[in-house]
Design a protein around this ligand. Structure first.
Ligand SMILES: [Zn+2]
Length: 263
């Protein structure tokens, strides 16, 4: 049994075959689908999917760094209101993205820090989006790290040194996705060194499909392909990878009882 810890299955890319896609995930042994939020426009669709599959889909709430601009206060007010009134398994996805440009770095840092503090206050883990921004992101995570902080660096693609720095924080995990199957991605070599003990599995569907579906739409049914590659490079069995990563996901994303009581 597997958990897909990061999948945007409410996206319009799945409007034509969502039910069949969910069934394929179940058939592949993926029994939990965690849905990270993006911005205001993704909230209604995400909640609708959770309502349709309450035993299978679990939502997160947060504002994605690519949607943090000059003025993000209204968007964050909505995120905070929802976090305090509904049940979520994490604050996410949140973080810093400098891939396109650095114009709103200060705003991204402020929005990230604020959402990390809400997560700590509410006893929730964080799902971190970190793209071309490891130094900026880890600086905030290390500054905010205490016994209440836990989370995952979603779509981890860094070096072994960066992995060790994340693991050293205590309750921070590495989200491993389709990139591990890319021949020139470098992640297979990194994970051969790091090992699977601090990993959770994710697709980031509809993006970053693993080989042999690279370049096509990704979906949660491809999680076993990612597990098989992680097993191959770390010298473990697929069963062992399933057991380790599912246990990690359950530990990390167990819905906070304080919030569950409110919903
Ligand atoms: Zn994502």
């Amino acid at each position: 049994m597997f958990v897909d810890t990061h999948a945007h299955l409410y996206g319009k890319q799945f409007d034509g075959d969502r039910e069949a896609m969910v069934q394929r995930a179940l058939d592949a042994g993926v029994t939990k689908l965690l849905l990270p939020n993006i911005d205001h426009d993704s909230i209604a669709g995400m909640h609708a999917l959770v309502e349709a599959y309450p035993q299978l889909c679990v939502p997160m709430m947060g504002l994605h760094p690519c949607h943090v601009g000059e003025d993000f206060s209204e968007a964050l007010t909505e995120v905070e209101h929802l976090l305090r009134t509904r049940s979520y398994c994490a604050v996410g996805e949140i973080g810093i993205d400098l891939y396109w440009d650095r114009t709103f770095l200060a705003q991204q840092e402020e929005a990230f820090r604020q959402q990390v503090r809400w997560a700590k206050e509410l006893g929730l883990p964080i799902a971190i989006h970190c793209r071309q921004s490891f130094a900026e992101t880890i600086a905030i995570v290390e500054a905010e790290n205490d016994s209440t902080l836990r989370g995952v660096f979603h779509c981890f693609t860094g070096t072994a040194e960066e992995a060790q720095r994340i693991i050293a924080l205590g309750d921070l995990y590495l989200g491993i996705g389709g990139v591990i199957t890319y021949p020139k991605g470098g992640l297979a070599e990194t994970m051969a060194t790091v090992g699977p003990d601090h990993c959770v599995l994710e697709t980031d569907a509809p993006y970053l499909a693993p080989v042999p579906f690279r370049g096509k739409r990704n979906e949660s049914a491809y999680i076993p392909l990612i597990a098989a590659k992680l097993a191959e490079v770390t010298g473990r069995s697929v069963e062992e990878i399933a057991r380790i990563t599912t246990a990690n996901a359950n530990t990390l994303f167990a819905t906070a009882p304080s919030l569950a009581a409110k919903s």
